[in-house]
Structures are given as C-alpha cells and as structure tokens.
Design a protein around this ligand. Structure first.
Ligand SMILES: C[S@@+](CC[C@H](N)C(=O)[O-])C[C@H]1O[C@@H](n2cnc3c(N)ncnc32)[C@H](O)[C@@H]1O
Length: 388
C-alpha cells in the first residue's frame, strides 16, 4: 500500500535528501524547506530509515485536516483511528510545530492533541497510553500551517543522526547527517583522498568511511516503526541482512584526519573503532598551520571552531588569514570546503570562494565555502603586476 511520508533534514540539504529518496525508489518527491515529502510502501519507509545519510526523521502521514481554532485541532485528532496505529501499552509523546499558524500557544495545542489521542483510546480500548516525554515508544507529530494540520507518526524513533557509532563527543561535534550531507555536496568519492585537518571527534571521517564501505547508517539501531501496528519484522530483517552483507571489506581508505589536540584525536580513534575502522583511516596530531597535506590533491573538509571557542574575535581574526595562506601555499591541487557560522571568514581568509552554500547546523546559520586551490592561480596572482 502506498503511504505518504515526510523526511526532515538539516535546512540546506533538501535536494541531497530528495536525490537519496529518489535512488531508494520514492515517488511524488517534493522538497520543501526543512525536508522532503514523498510516497511509497512500507519497504520504502524502512529503507529510508536504514539508508538515508541525510534525513533526521521519517514521518508517516496519518491524518490531515483544515482548521481555524484549537478546538478544530482537538476534533481533527479525535477523529483519527489511533488504536489501530499502535498499542495502548506504548508510551507516547506529542510534538507540535507550526509555520504561520494563528494558534496562540503550541503548548496548549500539544496538550489538546494528547488529550484527543487518549480520549480515543479510552473510548475504544477502555484505557489510555501513558505519556513519556524523555523516551517515548511512539512519537506523534502535528504540523500546522495557516489553515491546515497534518498528523504524523514518527517511524524513526531517535533522530536518525544517532547512528550508534559515537562513543566520544569532542568539542562541538557536527551532527552525523549534516556531515554526510556536506560530503555529498563536495562530490567526494574514493579513490580521491579526503582530509579533515580539524577533525575533532572524527564525524566527517567516520561518515566518509561508511560511505566508502557502503555501510548503511541505520544497521545497528532500533527504529520507531518497530512499535507501530503492521510492523513487518520479516521484511525489516531481510532489508537489514541485505544491507549488512553489502559492506565492503577494505583495509585502507584514502581518508585522513588530523587535529592539534591529542585528547580529541583519541575520541576520533574511539569512534572509528566502534565500526572497526581503526586501521582504515589515518590520524595524525598536527596543527593545521604547521603541517601539510597527506596527498598531492583531493578534497579537504573542515569545520573550524567558532569564535567563542577559539578564544575570542582577535584570535579568530589572526587565525583565518594564516589558514588562507597555508591553503594557498601548501594545498594546490585540493578543493577545500569550510563550514562555518562565522561569515567574516569569507573576508578574513583572503581566498576567493568558488561556491557558498547556506546550511543550518540546528538553528545556527552557516555557510559551506568552497575554495578551488589551483596551483596556477597562485602563480598568476604573483606575476600579475609584471603582466601589466
Ligand atoms: C568545531 S571542532 C570540529 C568538530 C568536528 N568536525 C567533529 O565533528 O567532531 C574544531 C576542532 O579544531 C581543532 N583545532 C583548533 N585549532 C586547530 C589548529 N590550529 N590546528 C588543528 N586543529 C585545530 C580543535 O581541537 C577541535 O577539535
């Protein structure tokens, strides 16, 4: 049976997610701000959860209604067949989000939707599900626009960027799905070398290694759909076993990471070890301003510390021009991608960006700057005065 779904993702990655869903066989794919609507059968829903590197959640649309007031929203939720969708023994949590909705309080709507769900259960089953806002079995989402409400059941459970490989955090680790989306935007694929010289806990490195080895990101975690009515355990096992069997076995990958902090590198090492990738990725303790590249050319990707973490604007103002010089002088043949929320970087780094992509790291507006570091461009610049 064909159902409607909505996959959420970090803003700026909608097209990347749409391409992923199309490759998985999604139909009626429609990217909008913050996610992608699509249609498909239950197998596609499982596959999207298992395979998408960019989605944050996959929501299953279970109802839709026009509304004008909080009261209409209560009635709309009350009209849905909740007891046919999940068991009364499961705990629930309701989330409501809205764009241009006339309702005064989303907290109040959340409470009313929860009341409506519980009323339906009490009426049809004689008891109601308990609420657990921390670790619910079943998450119900309502999304409100100006005059329309859409109700969803979350088929993911924990957000999909929680892959299960992160043993250690580090200093402001990137979300796994944002890192993967950035890797897709760079167009990187082996055998091209990939280098993160500020690798922190190793998010880019681990996600890149998973891509290179064709490891499905959702192989080792539970999903919300396992708690929904109609869960097909056999279908899920088949999909997961197939994905597991596909993993490539390579001892070495052209993936390199470094960081100036030895302690942080220890975390990257721990994270790589969770997936058995300790020997596949080369790590080195190095200050990006001191060392050089691990290969003659490739893709460099990094997210430098934000202003406050580097110790203030002065330090940052000194760091970026030096980073720009290092890239210019030592990284000819590389294309560098730098993710930052600091839009001053563009001015301070002293290089001409060949592309700027707006991306959101949670609520934080960032840019992914692309710099093509061509050997000739440096020479041209140096000889420019003589050329007249
Ligand atoms: C924002 S964190 C990167 C987080 C990483 N992408 C992750 O997901 O864990 C920035 C990292 O840059 C490192 N760093 C700061 N200055 C550096 C320098 N001059 N050379 C190399 N690494 C540096 C810090 O130790 C920190 O781990």
């Amino acid at each position: 049976m064909i159902e409607r779904y909505f996959a959420t993702c970090p803003r700026g990655l909608e097209q990347v997610l749409a391409a992923e869903l199309a490759a998985l066989g999604g139909q009626s794919i429609e990217p909008v701000d913050g996610g992608v609507a699509f249609a498909g059968d239950q197998a596609l829903c499982y596959a999207a959860n298992l395979e998408s590197r960019v989605a944050s959640r996959v929501l299953w649309q279970v109802g839709q209604a026009r509304y004008r007031s909080e009261h209409d929203l209560f009635d709309a939720a009350r009209a849905l067949p909740w007891p046919r969708l999940f068991d009364v023994g499961h705990t629930i949590r309701v989330n409501v989000s809205a764009i241009r909705s006339p309702v005064k309080s989303l907290d109040f709507v959340t409470l009313r939707v929860k009341d409506a769900v519980c009323d339906v259960f009490r009426e049809q089953r004689g008891s109601r599900p308990d609420v657990d806002t921390q670790a619910p079995d079943v998450r119900i989402h309502a999304f409100l626009t100006r005059d329309e409400a859409v109700f969803y059941l979350d088929t993911s459970g924990d957000a999909l960027f929680k892959r299960g490989w992160r043993a250690a955090g580090g200093d402001a680790p990137l979300r796994e799905n944002l890192a993967s989306g950035i890797l897709r935007l760079t167009g990187w694929a082996p055998p091209t070398p990939l280098f993160d010289p500020m690798c922190g806990s190793g998010t880019f490195l681990v996600e890149a290694a998973m891509m290179a080895l064709d490891v499905a990101p959702g192989l080792d975690r539970p999903f919300g759909f396992e708690r929904l009515a109609g869960y097909d355990a056999g279908l899920w096992r088949t999909l997961r076993d197939k994905a597991r069997a596909r993993r490539r076995q390579l001892n070495r990958l052209p993936i390199y990471g470094s960081d100036k902090s030895g302690a942080v590198l220890g975390m990257a090492r721990e994270n790589l070890a969770t997936l058995g990738l300790t020997d596949a990725v080369e790590l080195k303790q190095m200050d990006v301003l001191d060392g050089g590249p691990p290969a003659a050319g490739g893709i460099l990707v990094m997210n430098p510390p934000y202003g406050e973490r580097l110790g203030g604007t002065d330090e940052l103002a000194a760091f970026y021009p030096r980073l720009g010089d290092v890239l210019k002088q030592r990284y000819a043949g590389w294309t560098a991608y730098i993710l930052t929320s600091d839009l001053n970087l563009a001015r301070l780094i002293g290089l001409k960006a060949t592309k700027r992509t707006p991306l959101y790291n949670g609520a934080l507006e960032c840019r992914l700057f692309e710099y093509r570091l061509v050997a000739g461009s440096l020479r041209r610049r140096k000889s420019a005065p003589a050329d007249g």
